[in-house]
Design a protein around this ligand. Structure first.
Ligand SMILES: Cc1ncc(COP(=O)(O)O)c(C=O)c1O
Length: 387
């Protein structure tokens, strides 16, 4: 059997490689603490689970779902945007249900990128933007995110011939992996850029609810005129501990959603189980702010334990305002990979080397705050010893 060329060219998926390494250590009996993958460790709110149970009993939900999502879920999403961001969305034209935001990223790329087209992709970044662009036959043009620019891309640095071929710009704030945040002013500049060059902006807002110290992250759709050039992906995965449920929404630019994404989706998937969307309504409607605040307090406390511990181990650490990641410069004498290997082998702690998110991530590593505080404290103790 011969695999397609595009498969041979795809790099191994970062987290698959990490979990393989972790498995090897576990087999050797090592008590591994996994700060690698950013997957919330706490359960989904109980009322959401109960809503799923009820919705699963309803035979009407057992049939094919509408490909663009159930209208009650899309309406709940629009109402949420109104109350949370003061953004008005028409659920019929400006909201589409996704099977997780990863699905939306992949399919938006297939809707907008073909051979010869360019996607503007930040680096380091969630690997799916770049890899899917390549799978679709396009070319990623990487925009380095560096500390001197607060991990924001320099949109003015893109050469004119690249701009001519660019169809999509990816942004993601609060940012994975750098944990940087972006202001509304930055989004306003991006929207202006999108208008000027007729490039669709895909803002991946996976971490928009995960913020600390009183900071509240904006939606790009708050910017006047954004809905004409931007699609924002809002995921229920991280704010409501629902990564396994696969539920998100694409909001904004109507044609991009219904003439682009929708065509790919109707020919690929048949939408998300309506019972899961019904449960998602419960997450969005029943005191979402209270649950999110509770979780953010937990992550803030874990962030404190980790950052203080790493500082004591001699590392230079910034305390992030958003995401459940801590992005740190590796100590002198190490590369991102050699430092990660050192912590894995001598402390049994899995972290992500920055290069796993692109070459611009060299010199950094990412710690995820998705284990309980005691385990994090234990990880810190072991790291201090290992160094
Ligand atoms: C930046 C970013 N975007 C998207 C996703 C995928 O989220 P979802 O569960 O909604 O597919 C992740 C998951 O880690 C992520 O880090």
């Amino acid at each position: 059997m011969k695999l397609a060329e595009r498969i041979k060219q795809a790099p191994p998926y970062l987290f698959a490689a990490l979990s393989q390494k972790k498995e090897e250590l576990l087999k050797r009996g090592v008590d591994v603490i996994d700060l690698g993958v950013g997957d919330p460790d706490r359960p989904t709110p109980q009322h959401v689970v109960e809503a799923l149970k009820q919705a699963a009993e309803n035979p009407a939900n057992h049939r094919y779902p509408p490909y663009e999502g159930s209208m009650p879920f899309r309406s709940a999403m629009a109402q949420y945007y109104e109350s949370r961001f003061n953004v008005t969305l028409d659920p019929a034209r400006e909201v589409m249900t996704l099977i997780g935001s990863k699905e939306g990223i992949a399919h938006l790329i297939w809707a907008f990128i073909g051979p010869g087209d360019v996607a503007l992709v930040p680096e380091p970044a969630y690997p799916v933007y770049g890899v899917q662009t390549q799978l679709a036959g396009g070319t990623p043009y990487y925009l380095p995110l560096c500390e001197e620019r607060d991990f924001l891309p320099d949109l003015d640095s893109i050469p004119a011939d690249v701009l001519d071929r660019s169809r999509l710009l990816f942004l993601n704030y609060p940012n994975n992996p750098t944990s940087a945040v972006a202001s509304r002013e930055f989004f306003a500049r991006a929207v202006e850029f999108g208008h000027k060059h007729q490039i669709l902006i895909c803002h991946d807002a996976a971490y928009v609810e995960l913020t600390f110290d009183g900071y509240v992250a904006p939606s790009i759709l708050e910017v006047p005129g954004a809905k004409e050039v931007a699609v924002e992906l809002y995921s229920l995965s991280k704010p409501f501990n629902m990564t396994g449920w696969r539920l998100a929404a694409a909001c904004g630019q109507s044609r991009a959603l219904f003439e682009g994404l929708g065509i790919i989706k109707t020919n690929t998937d048949s939408g998300q189980f309506v019972a899961i969307q019904d449960a998602g309504i419960e997450a969005l409607k029943r005191e979402p702010a209270r649950f999110i605040q509770e979780m953010n307090q937990i992550y803030a406390q874990r962030r404190h334990v980790l950052t203080e511990g790493l500082k004591q181990a001699g590392l230079t650490v910034r305390s992030p305002l958003g995401t459940f990641y801590v992005w740190t410069v590796v100590p002198e004498g190490f590369t991102a990979t050699s430092f990660s290997e050192r912590l894995l082998e001598e402390a049994g702690v899995v972290i992500s080397p920055g290069v796993a998110f692109g070459q611009a991530g060299e010199g950094y590593v990412r710690f995820a705050l998705t284990v309980e505080e005691e385990r994090l404290a234990e990880a810190v103790r072991r790291i201090q010893q290992a160094l």
